[in-house]
Design a protein around this ligand. Structure first.
Ligand SMILES: C[S@@+](CC[C@H](N)C(=O)[O-])C[C@H]1O[C@@H](n2cnc3c(N)ncnc32)[C@H](O)[C@@H]1O
Length: 202
């Protein structure tokens, strides 16, 4: 049956409730594989990647209003029907708003590193994250990670190595070549991107 989809005035999802899961059929004109970027910033990566991949749907999650408003502006300027933004905390989004096993990909690029030891508990990628990601991903779904921070990168690789449900894979070149704003800045200062990818086995 045809989806009675009306193009939204804003790409930012208005959450009528934060205790009910999103109705994805209402968000996108066509049901397509869904990719989510957690902490998407101003969507420098996501708007470009969504433009290059019209056969997939994308949601950017970001807690700062000023940044996610840029997702809206960029997406509407480019006429993207496959991009939406949600202003909320990333772990909450995965646990309570995304329908279970709805995403084929999670992108997490340059998450805040919380470099002080006493603040590390605030890191998004911690020992609980693989289970959270597994519940959000469809079988065979993938988590792509990038950071400039060597200590956080070590933590990322350790928590995924400790999870039996994920296998390490390579990041495809067509994905790695789409840079984020933070990545461009770091690379310009000679700081390399540390990259890892993990595929859910079930
Ligand atoms: C260092 S920036 C990277 C932005 C973008 N991924 C990039 O690489 O250009 C981290 C972003 O994640 C957002 N952020 C940090 N913690 C978050 C959380 N728990 N939930 C949602 N957004 C978060 C910040 O507001 C910021 O925009």
């Amino acid at each position: 049956m045809e989806n009675s989809f009306t193009a939204p005035a804003s790409l930012l999802v208005e959450l009528n409730s934060i205790v009910e899961r999103l109705d994805l059929a209402q968000l996108f004109p066509k049901p397509r594989p869904l990719e989510v970027e957690l902490g998407c910033g101003d969507a420098s990566f996501l708007a470009e990647y969504a433009r290059r991949n019209p056969g997939r749907n994308f949601i950017g999650v970001e807690r700062l209003l000023g940044r996610i408003q840029k997702l809206d502006r960029k997406g509407r300027r480019t006429g993207l029907a496959n991009l939406r933004g949600v202003r909320i905390e990333s772990a909450y989004f995965l646990e309570y708003l995304l329908p279970p096993h709805a995403a084929s990909v999670l992108h997490i690029y340059f998450p805040d590193p919380w470099p002080k030891k006493k603040h590390r508990r605030h890191r998004l990628i911690n020992e609980n994250f693989p289970a959270l990601a597994r519940a959000a991903l469809a079988p065979g779904g993938v988590v792509y990670l990038r950071t400039d921070d060597t200590d956080y990168f070590q933590q990322m690789t350790e928590v995924f190595a400790a999870s039996k449900e994920f296998q390490k894979i390579e990041t495809p070149a067509a994905l790695a070549e789409v840079l984020t704003d933070f990545e461009r800045d770091f690379n310009a200062q000679g700081i390399p991107t540390l990259r890892a990818a993990y595929q859910s086995s079930r």
